[in-house]
Ligand binder design. Sequence first.
Ligand SMILES: [Fe+2]
Length: 170
Amino acid sequence: MAGRNPQNSRIPSPSEATGPLGRDELLPVLNELLEAERAGVKVAAAYRDECPSAEVRALLDGVHADEAHSCALLSKAIQRLGGEPSRLTGAFLERALRVEGLRERLAFLNRGQGWVIRRVEATIPRISDPEISAALAEMLEIHIRNVAACDEIAKDEPERNDARSGKKVL
Ligand SMILES: [Fe+2]
């Protein structure tokens, strides 16, 4: 992107460089992911609680548990490096709560999950610690599975203002 100044970015993207990440480079990436996953936990719970469909509630329950598991994996990895797990929640939460409509919410959730997938995919090759690498690989697998499951269910949901039925979904 023209004019992009990496100095303005809080954390350099792992894809912008190659080679193993040092502890001080890896910790902020893991904490950024932890904040995103904590947002994911809260988004999945909020979407589930407001969801009229039992099938989608069950799906979101699973996503909620998986996001919490990812938080635990990341916290453990951060502590393994002698770091302090962030207690913050990613900005994704506030944006996600403003989205209306079940299909739209699932699509928004998947955009967030897609960001995590890209971030984790770019980071894994640059991790030298096999335990942390395995934790991120597990997170990646979980996210790929959940994105596919949400996509599968979302395609059967009508859009919020379905032109054919005029029916409001949520
Ligand atoms: Fe996530």
